[in-house]
Design a protein around this ligand. Sequence first.
Ligand code: MG
Length: 387
Amino acid sequence: MTTAALIVAAGRGTRAGGAVPKQYALFGGTSVLARTLGVFLDHPAVDQVLVVIGPDDWKLYDTAGIASHAKLLTPVAGGDTRQSSVLDGLRALRRFAPSRVLIHDAVRPFVTDRLVADVLAALDEAPGAIAAVPVADTLKRAGPDNIIAETAGRAGFWRAQTPQGFRFADILAAHEAAAAGGRIDLTDDAAVAEWAGLIVKIVPGSEHNRKLTTAEDIAFASQAIAAAREFRTGQGFDVHRFTAGDHVWLCGVRIPHSHKLEGHSDADVALHALTDALLGAIGEPDIGTLFLNTDLRWKDAPSHVFLAEAARRVTARAGAIVNVDVTILAEAPKVSPHREAMCARIAEILAIERDRVAIKATTTEGLGFTGRREGIAAMATATVVLR
Ligand code: MG
């Protein structure tokens, strides 16, 4: 049994008052359409995803940040009404002969995996199933003068949402018949199915699955996305001892010194602490686990390799580095003459702005192993944001 998803993105979205139709509006750094598509492309029960776009929207579609995906078909252009656009999409899906189709508004980006699964499950019992929420507010009918003419009963009333799922052959036949019969005023696919005499079941939807219709809706959605961001903090600590040599590496900068630091790699104690802080923030194994000190690949390796790998792992989790903060504990060498170069180097390795990097240094007042100039210790914290 195969399932196709038809995403209806042909609307003009004039009520949002934006420069582009609202399915192409950006929120949380992503277009509304790209976010909606992601839910269906990632859903294990969905085999193909087809978008119906406005005939003049090819350029908008191409610049909407939609990555290619094995399930994603080339979009088709829709018609003047939602109803005709859906029919165009259904006809384009015919050659894949899906057994079921989910029809969904592009401007409902908060649809969940669970709701998709619930609608599909209901199709086992009925030829049609839609997400809907019960009407909670009292319903008033008013004339053009905004004077209430009537208070209507709300019992048994639901607000229809999408996804709306159907057995494919049934809904295609219903749409064809409605178009042929001149019924072009039906505002959702359940109405087309009802007109054709199909039984359509309601599945409880969610208020979160709202349709982004106005500029206010887009602003609300942006806030919801921002609130869903997760901030993580990690810490790292490292020590390396001095041995015979003439320079140390600290924060990716070579500094002439009376000794060098002993280690399997270049022994950049500060970059090691910082690497562990980043790995810690995203719950990954520490530097010693990822880069074994028995592995010849890391013999005398420059430590920016380790730090860059930690940054790559943050990016791979759709994360971004907010800031990093390093403290070096040493009697010598002096850090201050090199601080600016160190900050710039870390910013370069992590590909972040310079002002997201701080480096501090302190002696330990002659106390302990650092005070006795036996080695250097470094501590670091890192904050990342996951989307
Ligand atoms: Mg180390």
